[in-house]
Design a protein around this ligand. Structure first.
Ligand code: SF4
Length: 95
């Protein structure tokens, strides 16, 4: 297994048998080179999350912890920052 390029801890759900990412051989899929909408790498990450029964819990975790990198719960860092802004939480990153 490769290390993700940002040395970001994988979400706590990663080791959960129900998580789709538990079955992904390369966790780098969650760290696409660009978070730009419509890119193949971002779509690939979202496709994994969209088939996951933990998508809501994972997205909530990523929003509330302010995780600045990675695609968690099918959400990009930009989407999570927008949720945090709407919830009145401090911004935790700039990606
Ligand atoms: S939503 Fe995505 S990152 Fe989160 S546990 Fe499921 S597969 Fe993993």
């Amino acid at each position: 297994m490769k290390r993700n390029p940002f040395e970001v801890p994988l979400p706590p759900f990663y080791k959960d048998d129900r998580a789709e990412c538990h079955r992904v051989s390369d966790p780098d899929v969650f760290f696409p080179p660009s978070y730009r909408e419509g890119t193949a790498a971002l779509d690939a990450a979202r496709k994994v999350c969209e088939g996951c029964v933990l998508i809501v819990e994972c997205g909530r975790w990523a929003v509330f912890t302010g995780e600045p990198e990675g695609v968690w719960g099918a959400l990009t860092p930009k989407q999570r920052r927008e949720f945090r802004r709407q919830l009145g939480l401090a911004d935790a990153g700039t990606s």
